[in-house]
Design a protein around this ligand. Structure first.
Ligand code: SIN
Length: 282
Protein backbone atom coordinates (compact mmCIF):
# COMPACT_ATOMS: atom_id res chain seq x y z
CA UNK A 1 0.00 0.00 0.00
CA UNK A 2 1.24 3.50 -0.78
CA UNK A 3 0.87 5.86 2.14
CA UNK A 4 -0.92 9.12 1.52
CA UNK A 5 1.03 11.75 3.47
CA UNK A 6 0.02 15.37 4.08
CA UNK A 7 2.84 17.54 5.50
CA UNK A 8 1.89 19.48 8.65
CA UNK A 9 5.10 21.50 8.91
CA UNK A 10 7.15 23.31 6.28
CA UNK A 11 10.02 20.97 7.10
CA UNK A 12 9.74 17.18 7.02
CA UNK A 13 9.22 17.11 10.82
CA UNK A 14 5.48 16.27 11.01
CA UNK A 15 3.19 14.61 8.51
CA UNK A 16 -0.37 13.38 8.59
CA UNK A 17 -0.99 9.84 7.36
CA UNK A 18 -4.33 10.13 5.64
CA UNK A 19 -5.19 6.66 4.41
CA UNK A 20 -4.59 4.20 7.27
CA UNK A 21 -7.45 2.96 9.45
CA UNK A 22 -5.86 1.89 12.73
CA UNK A 23 -8.85 -0.22 13.74
CA UNK A 24 -7.84 -2.69 11.02
CA UNK A 25 -4.72 -4.87 11.10
CA UNK A 26 -2.00 -3.37 8.89
CA UNK A 27 -0.16 -5.68 6.50
CA UNK A 28 3.62 -6.07 6.50
CA UNK A 29 4.11 -3.69 3.55
CA UNK A 30 2.10 -0.94 5.28
CA UNK A 31 3.95 -1.46 8.58
CA UNK A 32 7.25 -1.17 6.77
CA UNK A 33 6.09 1.97 4.90
CA UNK A 34 5.06 3.50 8.25
CA UNK A 35 8.44 2.60 9.73
CA UNK A 36 10.15 4.37 6.82
CA UNK A 37 7.81 7.34 7.32
CA UNK A 38 8.58 7.70 11.04
CA UNK A 39 12.29 7.55 10.28
CA UNK A 40 11.90 10.32 7.74
CA UNK A 41 9.36 12.53 9.51
CA UNK A 42 9.72 11.93 13.29
CA UNK A 43 6.01 12.58 13.92
CA UNK A 44 3.07 10.87 12.21
CA UNK A 45 -0.46 12.11 12.85
CA UNK A 46 -3.50 9.88 12.23
CA UNK A 47 -6.83 11.72 12.56
CA UNK A 48 -10.42 10.57 12.96
CA UNK A 49 -9.52 7.16 14.40
CA UNK A 50 -11.82 5.01 16.53
CA UNK A 51 -9.77 2.30 18.18
CA UNK A 52 -10.16 0.18 21.28
CA UNK A 53 -7.35 -0.87 23.58
CA UNK A 54 -6.68 -4.13 21.72
CA UNK A 55 -6.38 -2.26 18.42
CA UNK A 56 -4.09 0.37 19.96
CA UNK A 57 -1.81 -2.32 21.35
CA UNK A 58 -1.93 -4.39 18.16
CA UNK A 59 -1.04 -1.42 15.95
CA UNK A 60 1.79 -0.38 18.27
CA UNK A 61 3.28 -3.88 18.20
CA UNK A 62 4.01 -3.48 14.49
CA UNK A 63 6.98 -1.37 15.58
CA UNK A 64 8.42 -3.49 18.39
CA UNK A 65 7.81 -4.89 21.84
CA UNK A 66 5.98 -2.58 24.22
CA UNK A 67 7.35 -0.98 27.37
CA UNK A 68 5.49 -1.44 30.67
CA UNK A 69 5.86 1.79 32.66
CA UNK A 70 7.48 1.65 36.10
CA UNK A 71 4.62 3.56 37.75
CA UNK A 72 1.87 0.98 37.74
CA UNK A 73 -0.91 3.20 39.16
CA UNK A 74 -1.33 4.83 35.74
CA UNK A 75 -1.58 1.58 33.76
CA UNK A 76 -4.98 0.33 32.60
CA UNK A 77 -5.77 -2.70 34.77
CA UNK A 78 -6.26 -5.12 31.85
CA UNK A 79 -3.77 -3.42 29.52
CA UNK A 80 -0.46 -2.82 31.28
CA UNK A 81 0.98 -1.73 27.91
CA UNK A 82 -1.28 1.35 28.05
CA UNK A 83 -0.58 4.28 30.36
CA UNK A 84 -3.74 6.32 30.98
CA UNK A 85 -3.07 10.06 31.07
CA UNK A 86 -6.55 10.85 32.34
CA UNK A 87 -7.38 13.76 34.64
CA UNK A 88 -10.37 11.85 36.01
CA UNK A 89 -8.60 8.51 36.16
CA UNK A 90 -9.95 5.52 34.33
CA UNK A 91 -10.93 2.09 35.69
CA UNK A 92 -9.18 2.86 38.96
CA UNK A 93 -6.03 4.50 37.54
CA UNK A 94 -4.67 7.47 39.46
CA UNK A 95 -5.93 10.75 37.94
CA UNK A 96 -3.18 12.76 36.27
CA UNK A 97 -3.89 16.35 35.17
CA UNK A 98 -0.87 17.08 33.13
CA UNK A 99 1.75 14.46 33.70
CA UNK A 100 4.05 15.45 30.88
CA UNK A 101 4.04 19.24 31.33
CA UNK A 102 7.81 19.62 31.06
CA UNK A 103 10.12 19.01 28.14
CA UNK A 104 11.10 15.37 28.03
CA UNK A 105 11.76 12.37 25.88
CA UNK A 106 9.83 9.38 27.11
CA UNK A 107 11.70 7.21 29.58
CA UNK A 108 15.13 8.50 28.54
CA UNK A 109 16.25 7.45 32.04
CA UNK A 110 16.44 3.79 31.02
CA UNK A 111 19.53 2.14 29.56
CA UNK A 112 17.44 1.20 26.50
CA UNK A 113 14.99 4.09 26.12
CA UNK A 114 11.92 3.68 23.92
CA UNK A 115 12.11 4.22 20.15
CA UNK A 116 8.64 5.67 19.92
CA UNK A 117 5.32 6.43 21.59
CA UNK A 118 1.74 6.35 20.29
CA UNK A 119 -0.65 8.71 22.06
CA UNK A 120 -4.37 8.36 21.33
CA UNK A 121 -6.88 10.99 22.44
CA UNK A 122 -10.29 9.90 23.71
CA UNK A 123 -11.47 13.12 25.38
CA UNK A 124 -9.95 16.56 24.94
CA UNK A 125 -10.73 19.97 26.43
CA UNK A 126 -12.25 22.57 24.06
CA UNK A 127 -9.02 24.56 24.25
CA UNK A 128 -5.53 24.10 25.66
CA UNK A 129 -3.96 20.75 26.45
CA UNK A 130 -1.87 20.85 23.26
CA UNK A 131 1.33 18.84 23.10
CA UNK A 132 4.47 20.64 21.90
CA UNK A 133 7.15 18.68 20.03
CA UNK A 134 10.76 19.74 19.44
CA UNK A 135 12.71 18.59 16.38
CA UNK A 136 16.00 17.41 17.85
CA UNK A 137 17.62 16.79 14.45
CA UNK A 138 17.00 20.41 13.48
CA UNK A 139 18.18 21.58 16.90
CA UNK A 140 21.43 19.65 16.47
CA UNK A 141 21.93 20.83 12.88
CA UNK A 142 21.56 24.47 13.99
CA UNK A 143 24.35 24.28 16.60
CA UNK A 144 27.60 26.04 15.78
CA UNK A 145 30.48 23.85 14.59
CA UNK A 146 32.36 24.74 17.79
CA UNK A 147 29.46 23.53 19.96
CA UNK A 148 29.10 20.34 17.91
CA UNK A 149 32.79 19.66 18.48
CA UNK A 150 32.46 20.48 22.18
CA UNK A 151 29.62 17.96 22.59
CA UNK A 152 31.49 15.18 20.80
CA UNK A 153 31.87 12.25 23.22
CA UNK A 154 30.00 13.95 26.12
CA UNK A 155 27.43 11.89 28.00
CA UNK A 156 24.53 13.16 30.09
CA UNK A 157 23.19 11.55 33.25
CA UNK A 158 19.46 10.70 33.08
CA UNK A 159 17.27 9.82 36.08
CA UNK A 160 13.58 9.56 36.98
CA UNK A 161 13.34 9.91 40.73
CA UNK A 162 13.90 13.67 41.00
CA UNK A 163 11.36 14.41 38.28
CA UNK A 164 8.77 12.01 39.66
CA UNK A 165 8.80 13.55 43.13
CA UNK A 166 8.85 17.13 41.71
CA UNK A 167 5.77 16.51 39.54
CA UNK A 168 3.76 15.89 42.64
CA UNK A 169 -0.02 15.67 41.95
CA UNK A 170 -0.42 18.64 44.29
CA UNK A 171 2.12 17.22 46.72
CA UNK A 172 0.05 14.05 47.18
CA UNK A 173 2.18 11.79 45.04
CA UNK A 174 3.97 9.06 46.99
CA UNK A 175 7.69 8.57 46.51
CA UNK A 176 8.85 5.83 44.17
CA UNK A 177 8.96 2.53 46.05
CA UNK A 178 12.25 0.68 46.58
CA UNK A 179 11.16 -1.77 43.89
CA UNK A 180 10.38 1.05 41.42
CA UNK A 181 13.66 2.78 42.23
CA UNK A 182 15.54 -0.43 41.52
CA UNK A 183 14.00 -0.41 38.01
CA UNK A 184 15.30 3.09 37.26
CA UNK A 185 18.91 3.56 38.37
CA UNK A 186 20.56 6.63 36.82
CA UNK A 187 22.08 5.98 33.40
CA UNK A 188 24.22 7.96 30.97
CA UNK A 189 23.57 8.52 27.26
CA UNK A 190 25.48 10.45 24.61
CA UNK A 191 24.34 14.10 24.38
CA UNK A 192 24.35 13.72 20.62
CA UNK A 193 22.98 10.41 19.39
CA UNK A 194 23.08 8.94 15.94
CA UNK A 195 19.66 7.67 14.93
CA UNK A 196 20.01 3.92 14.33
CA UNK A 197 17.82 3.94 11.23
CA UNK A 198 18.15 7.35 9.58
CA UNK A 199 21.85 7.74 10.46
CA UNK A 200 21.20 11.41 11.33
CA UNK A 201 22.52 13.08 14.46
CA UNK A 202 20.07 14.45 17.04
CA UNK A 203 20.44 16.18 20.38
CA UNK A 204 19.48 13.78 23.14
CA UNK A 205 19.00 15.79 26.34
CA UNK A 206 15.81 16.94 28.01
CA UNK A 207 14.75 19.18 30.85
CA UNK A 208 12.73 16.41 32.49
CA UNK A 209 15.21 13.65 33.06
CA UNK A 210 18.71 14.90 32.29
CA UNK A 211 20.50 15.72 35.52
CA UNK A 212 24.11 16.48 34.70
CA UNK A 213 27.02 15.78 32.41
CA UNK A 214 29.40 12.93 33.14
CA UNK A 215 32.85 14.21 34.10
CA UNK A 216 31.79 17.86 34.52
CA UNK A 217 31.16 19.64 37.85
CA UNK A 218 27.42 19.70 38.58
CA UNK A 219 26.97 23.44 37.93
CA UNK A 220 28.91 23.38 34.70
CA UNK A 221 26.98 20.34 33.47
CA UNK A 222 23.65 21.91 34.40
CA UNK A 223 24.56 25.16 32.63
CA UNK A 224 25.39 23.26 29.47
CA UNK A 225 22.14 21.26 29.66
CA UNK A 226 20.10 24.41 30.32
CA UNK A 227 21.68 26.08 27.29
CA UNK A 228 20.97 23.06 25.09
CA UNK A 229 17.37 22.81 26.30
CA UNK A 230 16.84 26.54 25.71
CA UNK A 231 18.33 26.17 22.23
CA UNK A 232 16.17 23.14 21.32
CA UNK A 233 12.91 24.74 22.44
CA UNK A 234 13.15 27.82 20.23
CA UNK A 235 9.99 28.36 18.17
CA UNK A 236 11.60 27.36 14.86
CA UNK A 237 12.07 23.79 16.13
CA UNK A 238 8.59 23.38 17.65
CA UNK A 239 5.36 21.87 16.36
CA UNK A 240 2.25 22.30 18.57
CA UNK A 241 -0.30 19.55 18.21
CA UNK A 242 -3.84 20.70 18.91
CA UNK A 243 -5.72 17.53 19.77
CA UNK A 244 -9.07 16.43 18.46
CA UNK A 245 -10.70 13.34 19.95
CA UNK A 246 -9.72 10.43 17.72
CA UNK A 247 -6.18 11.64 16.95
CA UNK A 248 -3.32 9.23 17.32
CA UNK A 249 0.16 10.77 17.23
CA UNK A 250 3.14 8.45 16.76
CA UNK A 251 6.46 10.12 17.57
CA UNK A 252 10.06 9.03 17.36
CA UNK A 253 11.67 9.43 20.78
CA UNK A 254 15.13 9.18 19.21
CA UNK A 255 14.72 12.50 17.42
CA UNK A 256 12.15 14.52 19.39
CA UNK A 257 11.19 15.72 22.82
CA UNK A 258 7.75 16.89 23.89
CA UNK A 259 5.86 18.87 26.52
CA UNK A 260 2.16 18.85 27.47
CA UNK A 261 0.51 22.24 28.02
CA UNK A 262 -2.09 23.49 30.49
CA UNK A 263 -5.85 23.38 30.10
CA UNK A 264 -8.93 24.03 32.17
CA UNK A 265 -9.20 20.92 34.34
CA UNK A 266 -12.96 21.32 34.64
CA UNK A 267 -12.89 19.52 31.28
CA UNK A 268 -11.97 15.88 30.86
CA UNK A 269 -8.71 15.03 29.11
CA UNK A 270 -8.23 11.31 28.54
CA UNK A 271 -5.28 10.03 26.56
CA UNK A 272 -3.84 6.54 26.15
CA UNK A 273 -0.16 5.99 25.43
CA UNK A 274 1.71 2.91 24.32
CA UNK A 275 5.49 3.03 24.24
CA UNK A 276 7.73 0.97 21.96
CA UNK A 277 10.98 -0.42 23.28
CA UNK A 278 14.18 0.88 21.75
CA UNK A 279 17.90 0.29 21.82
CA UNK A 280 20.97 1.70 23.53
CA UNK A 281 21.68 5.21 22.18
CA UNK A 282 25.03 5.60 20.41
C1 SIN B 1 3.39 12.42 27.33
O1 SIN B 1 4.20 13.16 27.91
O2 SIN B 1 3.69 11.31 26.91
C2 SIN B 1 1.95 12.89 27.16
C3 SIN B 1 1.84 14.26 26.66
C4 SIN B 1 0.45 14.80 26.80
O3 SIN B 1 -0.33 14.36 27.68
O4 SIN B 1 0.12 15.71 26.05
Amino acid sequence: MTLSLKPMTTTSFVTEVVNVDLSQPVDAATASALRAAINQHSILVFRGQTIDNDQHVAFSRNFGDLEIHTVKQYLLPDYPEIIALANRGENGTTPIDNGGAYWHTDISYKAKPPMGSLLYSLEVPPEGGDTLYADMYAAYDALSDAMKENLEGLRAVHGYEARFSRMGEGGKRPKLSAEQLAEVPEVTHPIVRTHPESGRKALYVNEGFTLGVEGLPLDEGRDLLDALNAHATQPQFIYAHHWRAGDLVFWDNRATMHCATDYDTRYARTMHRTTIQGDIPV
